[in-house]
Design a protein around this ligand. Structure first.
Ligand code: NCD
Length: 356
């Protein structure tokens, strides 16, 4: 049977998402029933980029299922520092493990890794591209806090350009449908074009605004994000963007009584500490939800029970991807694969960039 990798959450059906959300709730209610479901299994966590929540919640999830963990949290301590290719690292580590969780700073790295892996891969964030398990965490949180995943006005605020959690969440909410987005950012940090295309095709309404003040009163959900310092070309560009959006008590006074404030965390300065005790602040509860839904995901994937729709790919040696942040620019042995997106355009299979 073909291996199922979780690279993009939208490769699963919404009924698969529902199953994961239900399974996560059951694990949370009855943790003792799951204590040895992964006994004898090994999960590798390969983190080429810093992480607290994603890495530790995955590790805690596997340990709570009775499995064991190997891996690195800094490639400097692995053969990557000696110049080993992504392909070789993945071929080796996937021979030691039953499931592999990978975070990488380059867009499309998880998809590239999946071509060479002998075990299922979970994308734990690939550069500024996608972060499917954060979205699962967000969906669980929304379903608990808002009692459903449709009919909401969702504000997304901050770094919408490089924030991969934003991209995955918008894609998922567009697949579910029936929501409206308000995108709050500076003109420099608006969502990438391919995410706008997703919203346009889904029929979900969206507006772009520059300030939180002008829309906070309309929101059912506010998804705050950190300005992604590490993805800017120069420190000066980052400095121009930092500190523009700060959620404080004054702004919360204008918000609905049942607003839900989410944040994938880590926060830098975009939410004042004074908000933490406001019952509308859901971000710490959100982080706990992440562990349970990752338990559900690991379980399903280890049991080869997660149905993934793999997009048909086209090998095209006449075209290369022109996105400078794409993994094909760094790992030159990768075949040039493209797919047809919903509008019929050729898009890079790794990073989703449209063929120009
Ligand atoms: C996010 C990430 O890594 O993309 N964090 C997370 O996984 N919870 C958000 C961020 O780093 O800003």
């Amino acid at each position: 049977m073909a291996l199922s990798h979780l690279i993009d959450l939208n490769d699963c059906t919404t009924s698969e998402w529902d199953e994961l959300i239900r399974l996560a709730a059951d694990i949370r209610m009855n943790p003792e029933d799951y204590l040895s479901r992964c006994r004898g299994k090994i999960m590798a966590t390969l983190f080429y980029e810093p992480s607290t929540r994603t890495q530790m919640s995955f590790q805690a999830a596997m340990l709570r299922l009775g499995g064991q963990i190997i891996g690195f949290d800094n490639p400097i301590n692995s053969s990557v520092a000696k110049g080993e290719s992504l392909k070789d690292t993945i071929k080796i580590v996937s021979g030691y493990s039953d499931i592999l969780v990978m975070r990488h700073p380059i867009e499309g790295a998880a998809k590239a890794a999946s071509l060479y892996s002998n075990c299922p891969i979970i994308n734990a964030g690939d550069g500024g591209h996608l972060h499917p398990t954060q979205t699962l965490t967000d969906l669980v949180t929304l379903s608990i806090e808002k009692d459903g995943l449709t009919g909401h006005t969702i504000g997304l605020c901050g770094d919408l350009r490089y924030g991969r959690t934003v991209h995955s969440l918008i894609k998922a909410m567009c697949k579910i449908g029936g929501n409206r987005f308000i995108l709050i950012s500076t003109p420099e940090l608006t969502v990438p074009q391919y995410i706008k295309d997703v919203m346009d095709r889904s029929g979900c309404e969206y507006t772009e605004v520059n300030t939180l003040e002008e829309c906070i009163g309309d929101l059912d959900v506010l998804y705050m994000t950190r300005i992604q310092r590490e993805r800017f070309a120069t420190p000066e560009e980052y400095e121009q963007q930092r500190g523009i959006y700060i959620l404080d008590r004054e702004k919360m006074k204008k918000a609905k009584k049942d607003l839900v404030v989410m944040h994938p965390l880590p926060r830098v300065d975009e939410i004042e500490n004074e908000i933490d005790n406001d019952r509308r602040a859901a971000y710490f509860r959100q982080a706990v939800n992440g562990m349970y839904v990752r338990m559900a995901l690991i379980l399903k994937m280890i049991e080869n029970n997660l149905k993934i729709e793999d997009t048909p790919k086209i090998l095209d040696n006449n075209h290369t991807c022109h996105n400078p942040r794409c993994i094909t620019q760094q790992e030159h042995y990768l075949p040039h694969y493209f797919k047809k997106d919903a509008a019929g355009n050729l898009a890079c299979i790794y990073c989703d960039d449209k063929q120009r």
